[in-house]
Write a protein that binds this ligand. Sequence first.
Ligand code: LR7
Ligand code: MN
Length: 579
Amino acid sequence: PTPQKKPSEEVDKSVDELGVKTNIRTGSPLPAPEPPGQVARGEVNGERVQQETTVGRPGVHKVLSLDATLAPRDASAVGQFGQAAQVASDEDAEVRRRWDEGHFNVYLSDKIPLDRAVPDTRPESCAQSLVHDDLPSTSVIFCFVDEVWSTLLRSVHSVLNRSPPHLLKEIILVDDFSSKDNLKEPLDQYMAQFPKVRIVRLKERQGLIRARLAGAAVAKGEVLTFLDSHVECNVGWLEPLLERIYLDRKKVPCPVIEVISDKDMSYMLVDNFQRGIFKWPLVFGWSPLPAEYIKKNNMTISDPIRCPVMAGGLFSIDKKYFYELGSYDPGLDVWGGENMEISFKIWMCGGEIEIIPCSRVGHIFRGKNPYKFPKDRQKTVERNLARVAEVWLDEYKDLFYGHGYHHLLDKRLTDIGNLTEQIELRKRLRCKSFKWYLDNVYPDMVAPLVKAEGLVFNRGLRKCLAVQGGSLTFETCDLSKQSQHFNYTWMKHVRQQEVCVAHRGAGTGLALQTCHNVEPELRWFHQTSNSATAEHLVAGVASHPMCLEAGPQSDAPRLSQCEPSNAFQKWQFTHYHVQ
Ligand code: LR7
Ligand code: MN
């Protein structure tokens, strides 16, 4: 059953055929192209704007909206000012040929200037906002594996050109064991012209989580700023992030992530008031802030947005605080889940995640990861998520497993590794419960702990299932009797306290057993999507489904061949929490 979703929520769009997120975000095109000669906001006659930096108040200045790329520029260059770039139709074959190098239009990217201007998409008021003179400095960390040359360089240039030099301690490029030749000596040579750029090479593929940790370990800035390696930082992006950390070191600010089209490389606008959320089973998505919330808090489009989970790739964090939180779980492999881990950790252990509308960074959203996963992609991501669920979700982890991940509970099928240190960390930090997180950070999340509960009414017999003297029977329905109360859980159990209704293989036998999560003989398939009708309880024996049936004589229930319209096989719980 899929919960009702609001049309603007984008979670489902980002689930690929494996049910794993791919993080696609939609954007809308820029306003009509500017006539040649005209330039983006922030530029005057092609000259870099010299901003007024003092406003008569000591200790603060207007945000430096500088953009060293705004020298007189070639307005006719492909993709200039973030506009959509076209290729002639005879180049289509070449576009297609090179697509898989990065799963976006690599051919086009290579034609676009490495320091192109992009439109200043900040809300108007942002250029006027004040920040402190003594903000902390940051190390910007990009990790990459076989990134496309032109996008990697454009990412680096956008940071060099649009960050106040005194705040940019260094840029650390962590090469996660790339195999492309141009990312070796040629990259070293290219970057040698920029003293602030350092390159760290990993000796074997670590995945983005441990690659980021390797970058953080050598960082000298007071703040760590993580970015993906196919981004373009917009005008004035850095100071608003650092300002939040200056005000409170436990704030973890994220820029608004805008969309660079994978097809035409245009810089696209995204809706205001969007925040990062998750749906079960820990699938990241974007969702608009509820209108009532905006109203109640008198929010304007430039106010920081409290964000239940971050997208993962783009954020700043006080370096000491990052380590106080235990950084990332180093047991997470390759890609995925670390955004959930750090988000839960930050919120539950005393910090805050915010999206800062005055800070904007474009990101190329790709339909597919362009690199190989050393192990199967699906298995890698779900194993990472299971580690996060086990450490952070408390009793809610059943919702994670119950959304199609039952197999992860079977240690014989999936080894999720040792979690002792992560569990210890959570204790040591005295982090709050997941329930606290849901209630306080993400109150509009619907997370019922069971799918259905109450009496289990049989439509044919018009009586209710009951436990009597250790076995199953039927009684005249009576809500006040505990013996008739069952839960239908995320584990697909029909459960009364610690006991579960079990089906035994292909026979017709039923039993009551102590509940456990691994064995399939405790699982029952039951439709919860239409709570107004009674539905089958189907024993999950793949080759040969059997149905729970009440005999016409009120005797014990049994397993029978499933029949679509047999009322003695139709069961209804009193309350359905999941529709
Ligand atoms: O093994 C790897 N080693 C790496 O160094 C795999 C990846 N990487 C690098 C990679 O080259 C890239 O620079 O890590 C970075 C992120 O990988 P992407 O771009 O393939 O990830 P993504 O943009 O598809 O996914 C998002 O979710 C990931 C979950 O692990 C990370 O948190 C990404 O940083 C994150 N990206 C963003 O948040 C950008 C906005 C996307 C959204 C929503
Ligand atoms: Mn990315």
